[in-house]
Design a protein around this ligand. Structure first.
Ligand code: NAP
Length: 244
């Protein structure tokens, strides 16, 4: 059985991706920051109901050593890492003039450095396997910018460059590296926005509705499948026509 490791997968988009890849037949390695994911969270049971194995690996993806340990543990438990989805991400919004250095560094470390940490360690295993799929979760903020998110936009724009670079480095080893760039998706992250911010965003979306986590998961499913075997180094925007 092939294995998919999804970072930040206790809720939101990550949980939807984990469930979809379980439906596709992958054994699932879940990751999150803290054991609090177990409080009232039935994601592990839901995944196991799909008939696959599922295990939770607690690690802070901004830590290089914790990523190394997690990748080692997943390989020991499942025998391979066939799909890596770098989904974990945070926001610490504020206008640049008021943004602290700590606010900036935290978002860069969790959203961007984590992708280096995970691709480096899981990539080693995939290189030995001579196969693998890496899917990085970027954002439209990284493609077009977004006021109040200089830290977040920087981290997501970097993911685009990293995706293309690592696709070039690992392509000859049978490893495909792609990114998805979600627009405005209904999750706990966006629930934190004000009504005014939400309405302003809605006006810009051609489809006049927010996306669902499942609509990101279906594109990730395609990028993890044989159907995308000749797709690499690409960024697929999933935004209901936010920008065209
Ligand atoms: P979310 O609901 O806030 O979930 C984020 C997940 O990442 C949580 O499970 C969180 O764990 C985990 N996480 C945070 N920091 C971590 C760390 N240091 N190590 C390991 N796990 C960590 O967010 P979401 O809306 O599903 O977003 C998922 C991804 O999509 C992010 O990369 C985000 O930037 C991107 N995205 C989202 C949207 C959107 O509209 N929602 C749009 C574009 C891009 P805890 O529960 O412990 O905090």
């Amino acid at each position: 059985m092939a294995t998919a490791l999804i970072t930040g997968s206790s809720r939101g988009i990550g949980a939807a991706i984990a469930l979809r890849l379980a439906e596709d037949g992958f054994d699932i390695a879940l990751n999150d920051l803290s054991d609090s994911m177990f409080e009232g969270n039935d994601i592990i049971e839901k995944i196991k109901e799909k008939g696959v194995s599922c295990e939770y690996f607690c690690a802070d993806v901004s830590s290089h050593s914790q990523c190394e340990e997690m990748v080692k543990a997943v390989k020991e438990r499942f025998g391979s890492i066939d799909v890596l989805v770098n989904n974990a991400g945070i926001t610490k919004d504020g206008l640049m003039a008021r943004m602290s250095e700590e606010q900036y560094d935290m978002v860069i470390n969790v959203n961007q450095k984590s992708v280096f940490n995970m691709m480096k360690h899981a990539g080693k295993i995939m290189m030995k396997q001579r196969s693998g799929r890496i899917i990085n979760v970027a954002s439209v903020a990284g493609l077009y910018g977004n006021p109040g998110q200089v830290n977040y936009s920087a981290s997501k724009a970097a993911i685009v460059g990293m995706t293309k670079t690592v696709a070039k480095e690992l392509g000859s080893r049978g490893i495909n590296v792609n990114a998805v760039a979600p627009g405005f998706i209904k999750t706990p992250m966006t629930d934190a926005l004000t009504e005014e911010q939400r309405n302003a965003m809605l006006n810009l979306i051609a489809m006049k509705r927010y996306g669902l986590p499942e609509e990101i998961a279906s594109v990730v499913s395609f990028l993890a499948s044989k159907d995308s075997s000749y797709v690499t180094g690409q960024v697929i925007e999933i935004s209901g026509g936010l920008m065209m």
